[in-house]
Design a protein around this ligand. Structure first.
Ligand code: PDD
Length: 287
């Protein structure tokens, strides 16, 4: 079955889905993106991702190509046309194709933004065996730019981080700034220590994860104590548990950091419970 991709109003076979070499997403990484998961054919956390997209666009003075209702219609259409059961929908908006290369932003009246969406099928996404084993992470310096709260497509350093992890025999990297963990290469980072779930507070130094917001809400509803503050790698090594959250990994336990086992070295009860709650609740509320 040929994948059907959405490009600026058209649903096209993937071989025909193309954007210009002059597109600012390609030339300048002048674009933002969102990844939403699909479970059992339902789109997870749609409202949160749509709202964050609007915020990313506004922060960069980029116009929204479609409104939230149209966005949902397109996403649903892609799920149907691709017979997607479990997987992801990738969405990217760029500042469009001004017809040449120029650092100055083009006039949005004459250069409309580019909107692309495609699906990625991941059968059994919620039963990822990695959740039973847990992830190994390494720590690396966070050398990204200062507006990590905007979900831009500048993903070179996160990609390099994943490669550094792979080379070190690990699964992912946690990034460190001024001695404290900011976040994972493509996820938010947490530890469980002294009976509390600790994760960095929101700011311009991390992405405001949509999964993070949902998981913290579920944790509080389950009477778990949440502390939003920075933590160090040393604190993580001495913690009882660690985990990450993202739209594609949901809640995923972390069992090792820089070669040191965390807690028992196995996925902890709080991470496992939060994963279960998040997946159950998402299946119920998906659109
Ligand atoms: N990444 N932090 C970073 C740097 C991220 O790239 C992501 C998401 C998150 C988690 O955000 P959310 O819960 O809204 O997915 C945190 C996506 C999944 C990606 O790039 O594939």
């Amino acid at each position: 079955m040929t994948r059907i991709v959405y490009v600026n109003g058209d649903y096209l076979p993937e071989q025909e889905a193309k954007v210009s070499v002059f597109d600012r997403g390609f030339l300048m990484a002048d674009g933002v993106y969102e990844v939403t998961s699909v479970l059992g054919g339902k789109i997870i956390d749609f409202a949160g991702h749509a709202k964050r997209l609007e915020r990313s666009l506004a922060e960069l003075d980029m116009s929204a190509p479609v409104d939230q209702d149209e966005l949902l219609t397109i996403k649903r259409e892609l799920v149907v046309r691709n017979a997607l059961i479990d997987g992801m929908i990738y969405l990217q908006v760029t500042r469009g194709n001004p017809g040449d290369r120029d650092f100055v932003f083009p006039d949005p009246e004459t250069t409309p933004s580019t909107l692309v969406m495609f699906t990625q099928s991941k059968p059994g996404l919620a039963d990822n065996p990695a959740a039973k084993q847990g992830l190994k992470v390494i720590s690396i310096e966070d050398i990204r730019w200062g507006r990590r709260d905007i979900k831009t497509v500048q993903l070179l350093y996160p990609s390099m981080g994943k490669m550094m992890a792979k080379k070190a025999g690990a699964d992912d990297a946690w990034m460190i700034e001024n001695g404290h963990v900011t976040e994972g290469t493509s996820n938010n980072a947490y530890i469980v220590t002294g009976g509390k779930i600790v994760t960095r507070q929101l700011g311009t130094d991390i992405l405001h994860g949509i999964t993070r917001a949902a998981v913290l809400r579920f944790a509080k509803e389950a009477q778990m104590v949440v502390e939003e503050r920075p933590f160090t790698v040393e604190e993580a090594k001495a913690a009882d548990e660690a985990f990450i959250t993202s739209a594609s990994a949901f809640v995923m336990p972390v069992v090792e950091i820089d070669g040191t086992a965390i807690g028992s070295g196995k996925p902890g009860p709080i991470a496992s419970r939060l994963r279960e709650i998040y997946i159950d609740e998402s299946r119920k509320s998906g659109l």
